[in-house]
Design a protein around this ligand. Structure first.
Ligand code: PEP
Length: 252
């Protein structure tokens, strides 16, 4: 039985005081939720303040990216040590916006995952196809390559720490979602691919989130699918109220 994980990716939004305000509201709204891992990924500048604010609560902290070196002359980058230092448990790696605008590749994603493991972070690794790839039936080929190139060579213990997020790029921030059945088909395919690179038992335990215009109206149908274990939420995670409704989907 996989424990659901719902994560909010704030992208480049919220000042420190806005982030703290949000967390105060969210803490109260989800205080009784015990059966789901709740994660928020603020910007780097708000991590420390949010970390203090969520201490002792049922909300966990993620960063939106990480660099693979521990320290040194890498202007503008943040290392896994620094993320651990401010209280991050998770780190999102390979988000499609990083791939699209900042030159992230499967190779750099692999290096970042590896570096995260050395500090005991839990990577949330994003995969997904572009609109044209979806329309021309290349989804499975693209996902297969992403999975192999991002994840090959990791040990059983390392694979047990990962979460995957399937995010069709055409569904991110567009209001278009894959239907629960379309998403399930890809999630099942992802699990099958995982089985090819790790032990069956491990692949069965890996949580696979869906991401792409998830909101409080579509979350229940998505979560009802056998291989959808959570959501990575962008736009609808920016308001405590809408994010809490997604987190509490099973009670709605
Ligand atoms: C995302 O950025 O990971 C995402 C899924 O965004 P949205 O929910 O806004 O589509």
């Amino acid at each position: 039985m996989r424990r659901p994980i719902i994560a909010g990716n704030w992208k480049m939004n919220k000042t420190v005081s806005e982030a703290v305000d949000f967390v105060r509201q969210l803490k109260a709204l989800v205080a009784n939720v015990r059966e789901i891992d709740i994660v928020i990924a603020p910007t780097f500048t708000a991590l420390q303040a949010v970390s203090r604010e969520i201490e002792g609560s049922n909300i966990e902290l993620a960063a939106q990216d990480v660099f693979w070196e521990a320290s040194g002359a890498f202007t503008g980058e943040i290392s896994p040590i620094m993320l651990k230092d401010v209280g991050c448990r998770y780190v999102i790696i390979g988000h499609s916006e990083r791939r699209q605008y900042f030159g992230e590749t499967n190779e750099s994603v692999h290096k970042k995952i590896k570096a995260s493991f050395t500090l005991g972070l839990h990577p949330i690794i994003c995969v997904g196809e572009a609109l044209e790839e979806w329309e021309t039936g290349k989804t499975f080929d693209v996902i297969k390559i992403q999975i192999i190139q991002c994840l090959e060579g990791f040990s059983r213990e390392e694979m047990e720490r990962i979460t995957l997020a399937y995010e069709p790029i055409w569904a991110i921030g567009t209001g278009k979602t894959a239907t629960p059945q379309q998403a399930e088909e890809v999630h099942a395919f992802i699990r099958e691919q995982l089985e090819g690179i790790t032990h069956r038992q491990v692949s069965q335990g890996v949580r696979i989130q869906y991401g792409g215009s998830v909101n409080s109206d579509n979350i229940s149908d998505l979560m009802a699918q056998p291989n959808i274990d959570g959501a990575l939420v962008g736009g609808a995670s920016l308001k405590a109220d809408s994010f809490s409704r997604i987190v509490k989907y099973s009670k709605m």
